[in-house]
Design a protein around this ligand. Sequence first.
Ligand SMILES: [Zn+2]
Length: 130
Amino acid sequence: MDDKVKALLERVKGTANYAADAAADGARAAGKRAGQMVDVAKLNVQLFDLNGEYNDLLRELGQVMYSTHLGQAADPEQVTALLAQADEKSGRIAELKGRISDLRQSQTCPGCGAPCGKSDKFCRACGAQL
Ligand SMILES: [Zn+2]
């Protein structure tokens, strides 16, 4: 690997763990807010926007890497901030995909409340008709 890029990555690594912890906290908080009934179409619009923002961040990170390769000094804190933002977007994308999948693929048994497949005719837990 390019020595300048390698040096930048070394400097970023020190603060990356902190950023990962912060992102995990954000994901946990987002998980608590989940459970509200929102329709799949709305979630898909959010997912589309988030994917765009995530790709912009990755492009920006790529530009910083390439600038470093060309000899322009990169600010490790800027890179760390970009990585933290990318982690945050990535966590939100995963959370949204999970919620969309839950809304699409499951229904709740009216008898016992167990999660069942959308096409199930009977509850797998108690046998009630769905
Ligand atoms: Zn049931």
